[in-house]
Unconditional design. Sequence first.
Length: 402
Amino acid sequence: MNSIKRSVLLIALYLLSISCVDAKQHDDNGLAVSGFARLVGGYLDTDKARYQGYKNALSFSEMSLAAIQADYKINDYFSASAQLLAHSSENRDSGIEWLYLTFMPNESLQFNAGRLRTPFLKYSDVIDVGFAYPWISPPQQLYSSILFSHYEGINARYRTRFNDFSVDFEAYYGSYQDDMNMQGVSAKVDIDELYGGIVEVNYGSFQLRLASIASQKIEAEVDSITPLLQGLNSAGFSDTADRFQINDGAHSVLIGASFDSLDWFVGAEWMKITSDIDVLSTLDSVYLTGGYYFDNVLLHATFTSSRQASISQDNPVPLGVSDELDQLHFTVNALNSFFPEGDLDSLTLGARWDFRTNMAFKAEVSLLDGRRGASSFFDIIEGNEDFDRSSTLYQFALEWVF
């Protein structure tokens, strides 16, 4: 773990504990302070690739974090919320995770405006709060950063009841400008219009969730391939270069269902991403999970699978005509191999022990089986293209909420 990142995380943990001890003193003034933290260690049993940042050495840097959240009640209708997060990963910035104003005219209707979490998957809103879900790492094929974790904009939520059914309707609209990592591909992403909707139905212990998210234009600049695209454009192969640009629309839909009793639970989410971007084709992902409670110990298992349509582009550059064209031909081949393909099956077996009301210890092992020739959510280390895309990830974590 980088020393600066470690220092920031330790300071955040200290401030977190101090703030939360004093939180009750501020409640009468309308201020409520809460927080959470997680210390996560992991090890991947191969030296040929990385997965979620993990490699074949024990590391605590990839998912450890701490956060403070402050909620201030301005009056009976308005409130303000802010969350400050310190993350140990070099691939994620620390700072203000969300900052928004809430208007709630009645108990059924709520409006938010500001920097918000993208409320797409079941645990999207609480993805950093490991205490809120059974796993250490939610299924990567769905919960990875291929989706936009936050946005700047507005959302509206309406809650109602129909006899024994509780129904939530939610719609959101905004923009996204940030650096992101899509299966090992780093890009600067700019989305002027991002929108979606959610319908969530609860009946007793059963929940059904339908969601969508879309953008008519996603622009992404990938610095590492810019010189290759410039070479194709200069040689007159602009149509080929255009097919490797990320500059079009995408749409995702989700169907999820779960049942949670006092003794056991089952759940599933299915997600489909469709895109007009040639190098980011259709991706289907699904997970099935279940667990059983033994007092304060939970044992659980999750099977996850994803399949992506081929994104390989035709290579129109002739081979064997000249050295210059040969170089361009191999450039197209390099571009085809650069963009990820997300075929991956995984089986996760885990345990969670809630040894205190606000603390839990977790341990899990994930068996990963990808497709040869695809990235399969791995970051292949240079020189190891023969890696069979199969590995095992071991993790343990301490989860804490205040």
